[in-house]
Design a binder for this molecule. Structure first.
Ligand SMILES: O=C(O)CCC(=O)C(=O)O
Ligand SMILES: [Fe+2]
Length: 299
């Protein structure tokens, strides 16, 4: 990893600033916090009856599979098309927030995926907690909004989520993302070729950003974390968390395609570069893996 920023941020006040009840956010303030800090917590934004329906549908599917993920088409099939993970994102403020993040480009549904993370007490076919990662290691590079929706109370007695709340461009630099592959192709490592080989660890984040840099919110059903494919995150588990946790991730991707979203209007250099990159990237994407012009990297 490169270009470690200094550990001077006031993480305690950032974590308060980006964590609010749905009533205390507007789509505009939510977008601003999300762009500035790479993520935000929205409390009480997801309909509990929809969570209950999805929890039931996914656990019925889990009962007849060993797979660690349940995908939206599985849910659709099991419910004769009556239910989708995307039903969770029905609140008008969340929809407007998405429109604002992707302003100037079209976006669409990328995936809705359920998972179950094991607590200290082993549970058959549940997934162990995930190490720190950036979703772009595995997913597309194109900017993707991720709504992380827990089905169970978590973060205290069951594994929650931990995130490094820095803006997505800083994350991209910190992860050492490179427009051209760093390594030759090997089976199964398509995306990681665009990143240096070193591993993200909690110790490393602490050293580079400070001891309390990682955001580890206690979550209840109804709460949601918004983040992107450009945020350092992973499951958060401690030795005394015995219970497991089920959750769902809903992803929306720009069809532009672009590794960036439209910058703030005040930042005129970035806005101009973004419009250009947006046009060029759409044209050249077809033949390349990243299709990212060199001057778009700093946007
Ligand atoms: O649910 C977790 O613990 C990890 C989820 C995750 O990595 C993601 O939503 O991208
Ligand atoms: Fe992830």
């Amino acid at each position: 990893m490169s270009l470690a920023p200094s550990a001077t941020a006031d993480w305690a006040s950032i974590s308060r600033e980006i964590d609010r009840d749905i009533a205390a956010w507007t789509p505009e303030t939510l977008r601003a916090a999300y762009i500035a800090h790479g993520c935000a917590v929205v409390r009480g934004a997801i309909d509990l009856a929809t969570i209950t329906r999805l929890r039931e549908a996914t656990s019925e599917i889990y009962a007849r599979t060993k797979a660690i993920h349940v995908h939206d088409p599985d849910i659709s099939e099991a419910t004769q098309g009556r239910l989708s993970g995307f039903d969770l994102i029905a609140h008008p403020k969340l929809k407007r927030f998405l429109d604002l993040v992707f302003v100037g480009q079209r976006y669409g549904r990328e995936s809705a995926t359920a998972r179950r993370i094991m607590g200290g007490k082993p549970q058959k076919d549940w997934q162990p907690p995930l190490e720190l990662h950036v979703d772009s290691f595995f997913h597309e590079f194109w900017f993707t909004v991720n709504f992380w929706v827990p089905f169970d109370e978590c973060g205290m007695e069951a594994p929650g989520l931990q995130l490094l709340p820095i803006d997505y461009r800083a994350t991209r630099r910190y992860a050492g993302f490179s427009r051209a592959p760093v390594y030759p192709y090997r089976d199964g490592v398509e995306n990681s070729r665009y990143f240096p080989g070193d591993v993200l660890t909690v110790d490393r984040i602490r050293r580079d950003f400070g001891a309390d840099a990682l955001l580890r919110p206690a979550m209840k059903p109804g709460d949601v974390i918004v983040s992107s494919n450009w945020i350092v995150h992973g499951s958060h588990q401690t030795a005394d968390m015995a219970k497991g946790r089920a959750s769902m991730e809903l992803r929306f991707i720009g069809t532009c395609p672009d590794i960036a979203v439209k910058p703030d209007g005040l930042d005129s250099y970035r806005v101009a570069a973004w419009f250009l990159a947006n046009r060029v990237a759409t044209k050249i994407r077809k033949g390349t893996r990243t299709g990212i012009p060199f001057w778009a990297e700093r946007m």
